[in-house]
Design a protein around this ligand. Structure first.
Ligand code: ZN
Length: 462
């Protein structure tokens, strides 16, 4: 056999047995890949489903953690969501690549990845819209070039316009007073949203997520809240305007971490658009109602940004490796961003954990709450802050804390039960608080919700 033939045969053999790592994954292939990663890294992964699509496909999540399935206090939860628009497929493939990468590097003892997995609980939902994806993928095979084919779910609904609109209430509250966080859902919300949206809402309510990104395509830019413009309803020229959250500087930094770690996003010129630093406030680009990122911020403790990752919504298979290499570092760095600011436990005098305690930072009109285990996470840029923890029937506790650029600062709170309003003869050592009216923020959550509902139904302008 000549050398040439031998080389040819070897190449052929290699081609036959080598895994086609960079390819588009249809639903069955996606499920197989998630379980394959789990089988390769069984001790640090878990596959679970958060619900089903209209057509009954599971919305599978792959979790990475040193204790899969368990929330460890003070270990933050982060998530990535891909393929919410079924025809925007790069995020789906990148998240599968990321899953394989995390598993492989963990097994190889890559210290950075080991530290990340041991200190963070990472949830990866590669496809929020598996039905739309199948439609989009089928149209690719038939070479139908419909830009929007497969964008919506099987009921024809755009899932990123399907979340309850809480912006109207927060814009009202920011102006007139009222809760600045955890705005309640409308009573009949389940009837107003699609199955995929319902599954995601239940998911993000059942974990205390701190940081998240939602992966899209059609542009290359890191987009941060708010998505819905405050001036959207104004008739005239300014239909949309920069609409910052109280955490605007932090969101800009989070977006820049992604854009600058990405191969070319930070350059700004992409797909015929220009975004300085490769980032944009959502509303200043175009106003969008009922989106997922605003919902995360207004209803939960989670800070979410939206990543637009490719001009071509359905890139050719040959592009996938280059895209992975230009996003890999950014995807890792963004996860690492959850480790900044302050975190800690909120407990009572007997060391019982206090869930739903409110953590306020003076100067930032957006509070976060402690999770079921009494731990809280407050992302903050370096600086000195006055931080207050409050809980119903407890005295507030305020501390001054200086946050550096590195690891989050541990700030625990131990709240003292406030003395109930009592008759003068029963005055005790804490009598200074006698008869004190609790500030609005420490009203029990149920009472706050009730108050909000009244506000929503009666006082918000249409
Ligand atoms: Zn999209």
């Amino acid at each position: 056999m000549s050398d040439l033939v031998s080389i040819f045969l070897q190449l052929l053999l290699f081609k036959l047995v080598a895994p086609v790592t960079f390819r588009h994954h249809r639903y069955d292939d996606l499920v197989r890949t998630l379980y394959k990663v789990h089988n390769e890294c069984p001790h640090v992964t878990r596959v679970y489903s958060i619900g089903r699509s209209v057509k009954g496909r599971h919305l599978y999540v792959l979790e990475f953690s040193d204790y899969p399935g368990i929330h460890e206090p003070l270990e933050p939860e982060v998530k990535y969501v891909g393929n919410m628009h079924g025809n925007e497929v790069l995020g789906r493939e990148l998240l599968l690549q990321l899953s394989e990468f995390l598993c492989e590097e963990f097994r190889n003892g890559n210290q950075r990845i080991v530290r990340l997995v041991e200190g963070t609980r990472i949830h990866i939902l590669p496809s929020m819209n598996p039905d739309g994806y199948e439609v989009a993928a089928a149209s690719q095979n038939r070479d139908i070039s419909g830009y929007l084919v497969g964008r919506n779910n099987a009921n024809g609904v755009d899932l990123n316009r399907n979340f309850p609109d809480l912006n109207t209430y927060i814009y009202y509250n920011e102006k007139n007073g009222g809760p600045n966080h955890h705005l309640p859902l409308p009573d009949n919300w389940k009837n107003q949203v699609e199955p995929e949206t319902q599954a995601v809402i239940q998911w993000i309510r059942s974990f205390n997520f701190v940081l998240s990104a939602n992966l899209h395509g059609g542009a290359v830019v890191a987009n941060y809240p708010y998505d819905k413009s405050l001036e959207h309803r104004v008739r005239g020229f300014r239909r949309t305007a920069n609409t910052p959250t109280p955490d605007d500087t932090l969101f800009q930094k989070l977006a820049k971490v992604y854009s600058y770690a990405h191969g070319w996003m930070h350059q700004g010129w992409n797909c015929g658009d220009y975004f300085p630093d490769g980032i944009t406030n959502g509303a200043s680009w175009y106003s969008l109602s009922k989106g997922m990122q605003d919902f995360n911020y207004l209803h939960t403790n989670c800070f979410e940004i939206t990543l637009e990752l490719s001009c071509d919504k359905f890139p050719r298979q040959e592009e996938l490796q280059r895209e992975w290499l230009s996003n890999r570092e950014a995807l890792i760095q963004f996860l690492e961003e959850v480790h900044q600011g302050i975190k800690g436990m909120v407990r009572d005098e007997n060391y019982n954990n206090l869930a739903d305690a409110v953590i306020s930072v003076s100067g930032i009109n957006h509070d976060v709450t402690s999770g079921d285990h009494g731990d809280y996470f407050r992302l903050l840029l370096p600086g000195t802050y006055t931080v207050t923890a409050t809980a119903p029937t407890f005295d507030p506790e305020t501390v001054s804390v200086t946050v550096g650029p590195g690891e989050p600062k541990l700030v625990n709170f131990q709240l003292k039960r406030s003395t109930p309003p009592a008759a003068p003869k029963r005055r005790g050592p804490n009598s200074g608080h006698r008869g004190r009216v609790l500030p609005k923020k420490v009203q029990p959550r149920a009472a706050r919700k009730k108050e909000m509902m009244v506000k929503q139904s009666q006082r918000v302008p249409a």
